[in-house]
Write a protein that binds this ligand. Sequence first.
Ligand code: AMP
Ligand code: ZN
Length: 440
Amino acid sequence: MLGGYVLKRKAALIGRRGYRALALESSCDDSCIALLEKLPGEVPRVIDQEKKTLNSVAFGGIVPTEAHNFHQSHIANLTSDFCRRNGITPSNPPDILCCTRGPGMTGSVSAGLQFAKGLSLGWNRPLVGVHHMLGHILVAKLSKSEQKHIPEPKYPFLSLLCSGGHTLLVLLRSIIDHQILADTQDIAVGDAIDKCAREIGFRGNMIGKELEKFVDSIPSDLKESFQNIRTNNSDNKFKFQLALPLRGPKHKKIPDTVTFSFTSFLSSLRAYKEKHFKGLEIDLLTKQFLAYKIQEVIFDHILDRINICLLKYGNNKKLYDQASGETIGIKDFVCSGGVASNRRLRQKLCADLNSKSLRSDGQNEKLTFHFPDISLCTDNAVMIGVAGMEIFEQLEVKSDLSVVPIRKWPLNEIMSTGDWIELQEEEFKRIMAVKGTDDI
Ligand code: AMP
Ligand code: ZN
């Protein structure tokens, strides 16, 4: 009798499930879909995900109209196959829909967003229009295969978001309270890496990854010799100058606004090629040196700027809250976006910042670094699901179906778009109710 009860209870627990989100992402050149499940208050579980990427090699970069067409021709079939595979039907729809709303290429975002609105209407399920960069940051909450025992980052935390479109250092006090400590004044780090790698002779769809692989393949004794060659002027064996940006005598040590800047990497490289390799192929040793230094000095610049922010907004031991003037203890550092998949960047961040403490009590406690799994650093729909579910659950809102793409959408203006709708208590509770096997 008791055994029967235990078995039944066990079955109920095994079958216990939270609410499910179907997520779409299409802000650039990837059509992505994911299905996630989440028990209230817990970290979501990824059920399935898929991504189709536009091949832009022939164009030498992403062409917005090509990307728009790519999404338009792929999203419907991708979703149809995905839903079939995961048993999603009109009588068994997901509980909510999450879709990237911006920032991104308008046509690309629009293709996914309009499609998600149709699903929301057809399935009578709420839609959450998600900020793409919030997705990149919050995906670090998922358990990571290489950092299994590290708990999820807790607010307030610092985040370095480095992707093909953005380079930001952000202090997140809550899901919607974000202070941008540094932004790029020109192009994004991923864009700079891609353009520099192309100048050196790399081709491909994910050039940053190619560059990293190439640098990794340089024998370690050669790398060591490169490390000892200074490039702050051209007085070196390769006659190559690659200085840290924004560090000249005319720049304040601690500027009024801290920014990143990446265009000088490209202009230095172009000037060097023009002077020394005009119409010529770059020899292997020089290619290795250029690739090594470009990657290294770009990351040194990122570290340099983070350190300046820590000086400006605190004193290395603590950050000041601008509003209250009080100190804030930061324990977690999240590094996300496509460039965050670079192992050398991960290594340099840990080595450089790990010795510093941002704790308000001044204790020399190390930061805990959070690096999302490499497959989740570049654009994907899982991150949109994670952020959408957190918005839904914590703020109890959904998007009005009049939402349109936002090409430029500051991370600290997520809630000021004026088209969020508070959820009815009944709708929220119905969705959040933990479901048993019988309800599936
Ligand atoms: P995202 O915009 O987040 O999708 O990231 C794409 C950007 O990340 C592109 O500029 C890529 O070249 C860059 N990227 C991807 N993998 C790496 C890597 N391993 N090292 C450096 N950059 C990378
Ligand atoms: Zn992105």
